[in-house]
Each structure stands twice: as structure tokens, then as C-alpha cells.
Design a protein around this ligand. Structure first.
Ligand SMILES: [Zn+2]
Length: 421
């Protein structure tokens, strides 16, 4: 009976891989085909604002990134199969267990080595993305030295923060009994709240320089917008995004009283003051319409459900053996669960994208109410053009993946809103 279950679970795993991999590659193929089909003409709504050259650049950029994404996903799949059914995880855990280390030490080192391997597998793709694709389309400002430095800082941070948390969770798994997953969830949630709170002042400055915005007309307008919307913040900062890339953006970061508003220096250069005000009003809309809290609650619930499922799976032999694990350690179970769950939860992707797009519409409404809708539109068009984002994504692909509505739909929505304001 058990052997049958093990084999059945291996088969279910393989079917889930075929389905999720198939859907992703089919969508990606559709996206490339659709973008290329619409490459020769700027869509009617944008004809006066976007040049054909810019439109074609966006098409080529989208297709090249998508091709790299396909390759990356094939490599990821091969690596996943090698780690699970190929016995990779078991091999690494067994290797480290031969040393004179405590169980906890060897488990932590095993998890860290697999994480390191995953990072190494991903490096060629990041290199190609940055120094070939971004370079070719004129976005790259990064240097190899900076790239290596970034990788090392990220790795150091992950190890310095991740290993103690992992140790704590493994300890809880070993010591608390069958409700360990509830405590592990509490640890993860408190930790991620702490990290969100620390991010703007402690983590982000390790990678970029943040300069308080200088006094002047822009700052005055921003402050009056913040006052109008009743928003408290710990300051408005300019980030040296141009150190690595020509892409522009703006975001809010932090929690509670530690909130910051951050503009990329590249964005300040490309948008005028009215447009910057509208973009900021959009970001404020995310806070005022409680999107940040809603996302936080949703992801906490998802994490709780995942941990509860793992709490049950970890007591089932077929889960371990069906995924190629010969070691029965909690650390290996936790690791394989994190690696494998995206394969089974692919159906969540379009649902979460749908809600994210709903939030984007609400934030755009907020911008149209508290700033100038027409400036939101012209700012968006500039951002699309300067970031070479395609104006003609495949409808199915964008419904599945896009966290932002496609440009044409988004702009039509703002225009509609402007008529009712
Ligand atoms: Zn938004």
C-alpha cells in the first residue's frame, strides 16, 4: 500500500510539473507571438505619443527577456528534478551528516549549500540579463565589480539573517510537537514584519544611496499632497537607481512610523512635476485604500495554510519517498516543500494577479481624485516608453502574469474616472 502511495505521489508530482510547465511555456509562446504580430504598428490610442521606433524597441526587448525567461525556467526545472527525484537533496544531507557535527549544524549547512547551489545556477542568467539584454537596449549602467559586490552582499545577508531563523524554526519543529507549524508561522510573520520595518533604514542602504529630496517646488507639492491625503512619512528620498540601470520607478517602503517615499533619480529626470505628483498620488492610493494591509493579511493566511499542510505532510512517508528523499529530517522536508510547492500552486498566480490589478485600478482612481488624471496618463506613457514595456501584451498572458493592467486598459480606466471626478 505504501509503495503504491509513493509511486502515485511521484506520478502526481510529474503530472503537476507537466501541467504547470506546459501552461507557462504556452503562455510565454503566446506572448512572444502576440507582441511580434503587433510590432509593426503603434496601437491607435498611443499613435500621437509613442514613436514606432520606441514601440519596436519595446517589442524586441519583451521578446528577448521572454526567451531568457524560458531558458531560465528549463534550467530551473532540470535543477528541481535533480534535487528531488534525482536524489540531490538526500545526497547533500547525507554528505554533511558524515562530518562530526550536531544534527542541527549539519542540517543548516546542508540547507545553506543547496541555497548556494541555486544561487550559482541562477548567476549566468542574471549576468546575461544585465550585461547582454539590458546593455543591448541601453538600460545597463551596472559594472561587473558592482554585480559581484551585490551578489556577495545578498548572499551574506541571506546567510546572516536566514540561518538563525532557519535554526529557530528547526528547533521549534523538533521540540514543540504536532503544533510546531503554528509557532513556525508566528516566527515567520513576526520576522517579516520586522524586516519590512527595518528595510528602508537598514537593508536598502546596503545597496543604494538615499538622499533626502532637496527643498524646492517639487518637495513643496509633494508635502502638500501628503498633507491633503493625511499621510505621515519619515521623509522623501531620491535613490541612485541610475547606478545600475536606466529603468525608473517610485515606491513606498517601511511600516508604521518608519515609512519612506522613494523616487529613483531616473524617474525624477524623465517626468515633470505634475506627473511625479500624480505617480506619488497613485502610490499613496495603495496605502489609503489599505492594499498594503490586505496583501499582508492575504500572504499571512497563505503562509499559515502552507505550514499547516506541511505539518501534516511531514508525518507521511509517501511525501518524503515520493519526492526522492531518503533522509527523513525536518530540514529536508521544509526545503523540498518550499522547492516543490510552486509547481502545485500555479493556479494561484492568475488569482493573485487579478487582485493586484484591481488594486492598481483603485490606486489610479485615487490619483485621478487627488492629482491630475491627465498627468497620470502622460506619466504612465512616458514610463512605458522609457522602460520599453510593451503596449500590446497577449491578453491571456497578461491576465495570468501581469500585476499591472495593460497600458491601454489602464489609461481607458483613468479617462473614464476623470469624467466622473
Ligand atoms: Zn500601483
Amino acid at each position: 500500500m505504501l509503495t503504491l502511495l509513493m509511486n502515485t505521489f511521484t506520478i502526481i508530482f510529474i503530472i503537476a510539473i507537466v501541467i504547470s510547465f506546459g501552461i507557462q511555456h504556452w503562455l510565454s509562446w503566446r506572448q512572444k507571438a502576440y507582441v511580434l504580430q503587433h510590432r509593426d504598428q503603434v496601437p491607435q490610442a498611443f499613435r500621437e505619443r509613442v514613436s514606432l521606433t520606441a514601440h519596436q524597441k519595446a517589442a524586441d526587448y519583451t521578446v528577448e527577456k521572454s526567451k531568457l525567461g524560458d531558458l531560465d525556467s528549463v534550467a530551473g526545472l532540470i535543477f528541481l528534478l535533480a534535487l528531488t527525484l534525482g536524489g540531490g537533496i538526500s545526497l547533500v544531507f547525507e554528505f554533511w551528516s558524515t562530518f562530526a557535527l550536531s544534527d542541527m549544524q549539519s542540517n543548516l549547512i546542508a540547507v545553506a549549500s543547496i541555497y548556494l547551489l541555486m544561487t550559482v545556477v541562477d548567476i549566468p542568467f542574471s549576468l546575461y540579463q544585465t550585461f547582454v539584454i539590458e546593455e543591448k537596449f541601453g538600460f545597463n549602467k551596472n559594472t561587473i565589480a558592482q554585480f559581484i559586490k551585490d551578489q556577495l552582499i545578498s548572499l551574506g545577508l541571506t546567510m546572516a539573517i536566514g540561518l538563525p531563523i532557519m535554526a529557530l524554526i528547526l528547533w521549534v519543529m523538533d521540540s514543540i510537537g504536532s503544533l510546531w507549524w503554528l509557532y513556525a508561522w508566528l516566527i515567520i510573520i513576526s520576522f517579516s514584519l520586522l524586516m519590512s520595518w527595518l528595510f528602508p533604514t537598514v537593508i536598502a542602504p546596503l545597496f543604494n544611496k538615499f538622499t533626502p529630496m532637496e527643498d524646492g517646488s517639487l518637495k513643496e507639492r509633494i508635502q502638500s499632497l501628503l498633507a491633503r491625503c493625511g499621510f505621515n512619512s519619515q521623509g522623501i528620498f531620491i535613490m541612485d537607481g541610475s547606478r545600475r540601470s536606466g529603468h525608473g520607478n517610485a515606491y513606498f517602503t517601511g511600516l508604521g512610523n518608519n515609512k519612506r517615499i522613494v523616487f529613483f533619480d531616473t524617474l525624477i529626470k524623465s517626468l515633470d512635476e505634475d506627473e511625479l505628483e500624480a505617480v506619488l498620488a497613485h502610490e499613496l492610493g495603495h496605502f489609503k485604500r489599505k492594499h498594503v494591509i490586505k496583501m499582508l493579511v492575504a500572504s499571512s493566511i497563505m503562509t499559515l495554510i502552507s505550514f499547516a499542510i506541511l505539518g501534516w505532510l511531514i508525518t507521511q512517508d509517501w511525501f518524503f519517498i515520493g519526492l526522492g528523499l531518503t533522509t527523513h529530517s525536518n530540514a529536508a522536508a521544509l526545503l523540498v516543500f518550499m522547492l516543490v510547492s510552486p509547481v502545485f500552486t500555479i493556479f494561484m498566480q492568475p488569482i493573485s494577479a487579478y487582485f493586484q490589478r484591481k488594486f492598481e485600478f483603485e490606486a489610479d482612481d485615487f490619483a485621478a481624485e487627488h492629482a491630475q488624471g491627465s498627468k497620470m496618463i502622460s506619466g504612465l506613457v512616458k514610463l512605458y516608453e522609457e522602460n520599453a514595456s510593451t503596449l500590446t501584451p497577449d491578453p491571456l498572458y497578461s491576465a495570468f502574469h501581469y500585476s499591472h493592467p495593460p497600458a491601454a486598459i489602464r489609461i481607458a480606466h483613468i479617462e473614464e474616472k476623470m469624467q466622473s471626478v
